[in-house]
Design a protein around this ligand. Sequence first.
Ligand code: MN
Length: 455
Amino acid sequence: MNLAERKLIDLQSCVEFMQRHNHLIRVKSEVDPDLELAGIARKFEGGKAVLFENVKGRDYPVLVGLYWNRDFLAKFFQTTSARLPFALADDIRAWRRNPVEPIIAKQGPANEVIENDLDLSTLPIPRHAEGDGGPYLTSSVVIAKDPDTGVRNLSIHRMMVTGKNRFTMLLEELGHVMDYFKRAEARGQALELTVNNGVDYALSMAAASPASAAPIEMDEIGIACQMHGAPVRLIEAQTVDVEAIADAQFVIEGKILPNVREPEGPYAEVTGYYAGVEARWVFEVSAITRRRAPIFHSILSGKEVYNAYGLIAGAGAFDKVHSLVPEVTAVHFSDGSVPYHLVVQIDKKHEGSQRNAIMAAFVSLAFVKTVTVVDTDVDPYSVTDVEWAVQTRCRFDRDILHIPDAIGHRLNPMVENDKWERLGIDATVPLPREDKYKRATMRNVNLDDFDIEGA
Ligand code: MN
């Protein structure tokens, strides 16, 4: 995949790029990072990105919305919205075949300034939702190293600031960082990390790639190298033996403490519900470095997480489902489904392949709750079109597959004892296709052939 421009490897150039393409809103008023900033950002969710130039009591601007518009993400990667998951899947495959190593230097933009005072409250870290337990780092890319092999890992975690040099964080049960930490803790050791705030799309996508797409013995940073078409630049950290991203805005260095847990939460999650307070992992800060003029990056729980995770997970899902059922032509996590609803488009050659596609999706994706299969004359990216297919092509007495007591996703409030049910919806037209299912079409005209005013 090609970035629109090779130099789009830091937030400053992304901001310029968005400005040039009329995709940036600038908030000039002073805005409180406590609830007000996110409240304003929410009003623009899904449209242009928002740059808060004047954050109350802080010295740096905040960018929100870098990922929340899928069409703009596609523009950035010089492809179309519909092609984006396939392009990402191509990059992951290319990376697995031939991983490109990053370059490591001592100095880079992200350590132009080394802070003397370790005080997270000087950073413009917003508190997003009413009821959230504190300010949260939401988009920062964490780098860790396997305590046995030294292989690097990229990941994204929610992190709640609990003190000047301390935050609590969530480690996903199946994530590689959890695996690293368990092994470190068993030896009574801490796990060192760098927390890199304000990185480009490629690094965020690489960090969001699920463990199923990026095995534990491989360093996800290679995915970003692949997307950049060049090695990513890393810098050595000041206080830990883990590298940081040279073009990041801020780097927070430190370690997850062994045998220590402190309360984290509540936090308004991507599900639209609050994750409750629980004793979770504790990170102690040992250094903060930054650019001379950094832009703090934050993402809102919602469309942005959906785009960052949903896109890369969709890319991986297409790879797997297509390999099992080659008639599958596209997959998409339905907008608003968090992503629990996978829409599968199929060029059905044999009656019954669509049922195999449903089973393939369930086996390939541990947390998908609903799978809907549609024909190639239905746009899988359009909720409206999928709805049309379900209401005009699915016979509810025969075309619904129901799987009780499947493993559920813990963030979802419906899960009980780690279980929920799964639903397959076959919204494809039965073969042989009767004429009554032929979709109405209008003539495909070229607007350039007509003199049109006001369009
Ligand atoms: Mn990994």
